[in-house]
Design a protein around this ligand. Structure first.
Ligand code: SF4
Ligand code: SF4
Length: 360
């Protein structure tokens, strides 16, 4: 496949050209955060560090309208009421610029739950089909990154339509590698990478450590599902691990692989809409039943559920997907570690699970 070159100075122009045919979401700096925003004139995409928010929001928005409904009473027979439903299916071509390989892998994990479990989520499916990911390979790993623990890597191609590699050659820019036919069409206006650019790319791929992208050795997590089950009833362990947790839920909201949502109706007279909104299993309200009973009454129960979902229930439900290793519902993006106000570190929890005796 042809490798193309995107000059750094031309990034905003090519993004503007893509934005003419897509709803373009690009990362921009807002204070300390890097967040995706819809393309606007004079916007300057910021690719200098991984976005604070995850790519999930392009496919599974924080809030979306599932349907609108209208009641109409039969004026000749007032005991009869008709209900009219309208379901908005999202079809707008969308392009997410500047996500990282861990985010693109999140797309595969969301597919498992929302497309491959027997019942397809038709809104997610429509958005999924209409959305392209232009991903930037990571050059500098942050101390919270652990994508290689869970089957990914800083230059992983999984889930992306285009993978960009930052280059110094030819005045600085990006080698652009198309990974799907849609990605190839996107790159068609760009020139082929020069021999110097291709050589620099080949060196990076052959020696990622020189580029700062060689992760250290990864612990073997293949025993995590069994270790979790063995620790399931050890509430002292879970109370210890969750002692600092504030139940704020930011770890799940920022996670590219978390997909839990709540559904609420907003009624206004004879019409209304049904909304889907991100939910979090770290909240006490998540499992609060109408009777007042709550099966996950403490933070320890809730952290246990979050860790168990990612490192036990997911690999049990989707066996054989990780290429020899269990597939976890975690891409190792490290966002939950970075954003947690009290520094709960999911790597530490899983390692403690695996260590004989754990932390007691
Ligand atoms: S659990 Fe944490 S590290 Fe894993 S994908 Fe979710 S946010 Fe990233
Ligand atoms: S971000 Fe930290 S404090 Fe907030 S719910 Fe998650 S683990 Fe608990």
């Amino acid at each position: 496949m042809v490798v193309r070159f995107l000059a750094g100075a031309a990034l905003a122009d090519i993004a503007a050209a893509w934005a003419r045919e897509h709803r373009l979401l690009a990362p921009v700096r807002e204070g300390q955060a890097v967040v995706y925003r819809p393309w606007a004139k004079d916007m300057h995409p910021f690719l200098g560090r991984p976005p604070t928010s995850s790519a999930k929001e392009a496919l599974l928005p924080q809030t979306e309208n599932l349907l609108t409904y209208t009641y109409r009473k039969d004026q000749d027979d007032l005991t009869r009421t008709e209900v009219f439903l309208a379901e908005p299916v999202p079809q707008e071509p969308t392009l997410l610029l500047g996500c990282r390989p861990c985010d693109a892998r999140g797309r595969t994990l969301l597919d498992r739950v929302l497309l491959e479990r027997g019942v397809k989520d038709n809104l997610y499916e429509a958005r999924r089909k209409a959305t392209l990911f232009v991903t930037l390979a990571c050059e500098r790993l942050e101390n919270t990154c652990f994508c290689h623990w869970t089957g990914g890597g800083p230059m992983s191609e999984e889930g992306s339509d285009v993978l960009l590699f930052a280059l110094e050659a030819d005045g600085g820019g990006y080698a652009a590698k198309a990974l799907t036919p849609a990605g190839e069409a996107l790159l068609a206006p760009l020139p082929e990478a020069s021999a110097a650019a291709q050589q620099e790319l080949a060196q990076k791929l052959a020696n990622p450590s020189a580029a700062g992208a060689e992760p250290g050795p990864a612990p073997d997590l293949s025993g995590a599902p069994q270790a979790f089950l063995a620790r399931f009833d050890d509430m002292d362990f879970w109370m210890d691990q969750s002692a600092r947790c504030l139940s704020c839920g930011v770890c799940t909201y920022l996670c590219p692989a978390c997909s839990c949502f709540n559904i609420t109706d907003e009624n206004s007279g004879m019409k209304g809409k049904r909304l889907r909104t991100w939910d979090t299993c770290m909240s006490a309200l998540y499992t609060l039943e109408g009777s007042g009973h709550n099966p996950r009454v403490s933070r320890a129960h809730r952290l246990r559920n979050r860790v168990g979902h990612k490192f036990c229930y997911h690999p049990q439900e989707f066996p054989g997907q990780g290429g020899g290793q269990p597939e976890f519902s975690c891409t190792g993006c490290g966002r939950c570690i970075k954003a947690c106000p009290v520094s709960v570190d999911i790597r530490r929890v899983v390692q403690d699970l695996l260590e004989k005796g754990g932390r007691q």
